[in-house]
Design a protein around this ligand. Structure first.
Ligand code: ZN
Length: 80
């Protein structure tokens, strides 16, 4: 069951990551937020490699995407 949970989690993260990448490509505000958060995390974890540990990276992506969604919802003007 733990393996299944891990698999499902990976699937969800993959989707979120894709969504995030698409959004970052067209939104500089979130790109800056993501970059600065990643740099802060790299310093905090004293990571010498460019890639963050998988778990940390997944948590970051989830956190950023949640913030992105909340933020965009609030500021997005209604189209008519
Ligand atoms: Zn955005």
């Amino acid at each position: 069951m733990a393996e299944l949970a891990g698999y499902l989690d990976d699937q969800v993260v993959a989707e979120i990551r894709r969504e995030l990448e698409i959004h970052l490509a067209e939104c500089q505000t979130c790109r800056v937020l993501y970059d600065s958060s990643r740099k802060t995390l790299q310093i905090a974890t004293d990571s010498r490699s460019f890639e963050l540990p998988g778990r940390v990276s997944q948590q970051l992506v989830k956190k950023i995407m949640a913030r992105v969604r909340a933020g965009e919802k609030r500021k997005r003007p209604k189209r008519s």
